[in-house]
Design a protein around this ligand. Structure first.
Ligand SMILES: [Zn+2]
Length: 308
C-alpha cells in the first residue's frame, strides 16, 4: 500500500457499528493499517457491520472492545465462549475470554449470590411452547412476571404494576399472541389460582396447574428463570447498562451442554445482537437434533446430580 493510499484509508473509513455508535477502525501505524485492510478484505460488509468468516481474524485493535461486547451482560464463561465462537475469531480468543471474565469486578462481586439450588429434573415436552412455567418477583420496588418455556428455556419477562390480575393477564396475552397458545402452564398457587386466571386459562384453551396442599408440584424451572432474570437485572443496575440487551444475549447464548440457544430452539434462529454477524447466520435454521440433545443434556444433568 502506498503512503498516500494509507492516509486515505485511515481518514475515510472503514467504519463499523459498536455500542450503538458508528466508529472508525483504529489505525495508528502502517502495520496496523495493513492488518485492518486484510481484515476488511476478508470480512463481508453488511449493514454497516463487519461480520466474520471462519478464517478471518479480529484485528488486535478491536479485540478489547469485542471482549467487552461478548461479556457485556456478564453471562458465564461457557456461554460467553460459545457466543464468541459463533461470531468472532482470533488465535487465543478462548484464553483471552477466560482471563477477561476472571478479572470482571461485577462477576466476582455476584459470584457467591449466584450459586444456584439444584433443579429437580422435569419431563421434556416434545415441542417448543407447549408447556410453560410462570412466576412473579419484585426488584427495586417493581413487580415482574416471568414466563419460561419448558422446551427451549426461553424466558419472557414483563414489568407490571402491583397486583391487579387483569394487568398480568394482559401481559400474558401479549406473550401468547407472539408465540402462540400453550397447552399447560405451571405456577405457584398465589396469585395464579384466582378466578381471573382460571377464566383466562379456560378461554385460551390451556390447562393451569397450580400447586396446592393436595397437588404439590415443583415450579423449579420458573424459580430458576426468576433467579437468572434477577441476576441479569441486578448486574445491569450495578453497571447502569440496559438489562434488555443482557436478556437478548441470554436468549442467544447456548444452553449448557447443547449447541442451541433458547432463541434457536423456540424461533429457529439467532437474534441480531451487538456482536458482528453475517446475514446468513441470522437466517432461520431448524434445530433438527434438538430433541436428542435436550434428552442427552437432561440425562447428563441427572447423572451429575446422582454423583454429587
Ligand atoms: Zn462480568
Amino acid at each position: 500500500m502506498k503512503p498516500r493510499e494509507t492516509r486515505n484509508f485511515r481518514n475515510s473509513g472503514p467504519q463499523f457499528m459498536l455500542d450503538g455508535r458508528q466508529r472508525r477502525l483504529p489505525s495508528t501505524s502502517r502495520h496496523a493499517t495493513i492488518i485492518i485492510e486484510t481484515y476488511v478484505t476478508r470480512f463481508t460488509r453488511q449493514e454497516d457491520c463487519y461480520s466474520t468468516g471462519k478464517n478471518s481474524r479480529m484485528p488486535r485493535e478491536m479485540r478489547k472492545e469485542m471482549l467487552n461486547t461478548v461479556h457485556e451482560c456478564h453471562l458465564g464463561m461457557e456461554k460467553c465462549k460459545a457466543r464468541a465462537r459463533n461470531t468472532i475469531y482470533w488465535p487465543g480468543m478462548s484464553s483471552a475470554i477466560k482471563i477477561f471474565i476472571s478479572r470482571c469486578k461485577t462477576c466476582n462481586r455476584f459470584k457467591k449470590r449466584q450459586q444456584k439450588e439444584p433443579l429437580i429434573p422435569h419431563d421434556l415436552p416434545d415441542r417448543p411452547w407447549k408447556k410453560l412455567g410462570m412466576d412473579l418477583f419484585e426488584y427495586g420496588a417493581k413487580d415482574y412476571l416471568v414466563v419460561v418455556d419448558y422446551y427451549s428455556k426461553y424466558p419472557e419477562i414483563s414489568l407490571h404494576k402491583r397486583k391487579p390480575e387483569s394487568e398480568m393477564i394482559t401481559h400474558l396475552l401479549s406473550i401468547l399472541a407472539r408465540h402462540g397458545i400453550l397447552e399447560t402452564i405451571v405456577s405457584d398457587n398465589q396469585p395464579f389460582s384466582s378466578r381471573e386466571f382460571k377464566d383466562f386459562a379456560r378461554k385460551w384453551d390451556s390447562e393451569l396447574c397450580t400447586s396446592s396442599p393436595t397437588n404439590p408440584q415443583s415450579n423449579g424451572l420458573s424459580e430458576r428463570a426468576v433467579q437468572t432474570v434477577k441476576n441479569i437485572i441486578r448486574k445491569s443496575a450495578e453497571e447502569a447498562s440496559d438489562p434488555y440487551i443482557a436478556l437478548l444475549e441470554y436468549r442467544n447464548a447456548h444452553i449448557a451442554g447443547m449447541n442451541y440457544s433458547p432463541a434457536q430452539l423456540l424461533m429457529s434462529g439467532t437474534l441480531r445482537s451487538r456482536l458482528p454477524a453475517k446475514s446468513t447466520s441470522l437466517m432461520p435454521r431448524i434445530a433438527k437434533d434438538a430433541c436428542g440433545q435436550l434428552r442427552m443434556s437432561r440425562h447428563a444433568y441427572i447423572t451429575s446430580m446422582q454423583n454429587r
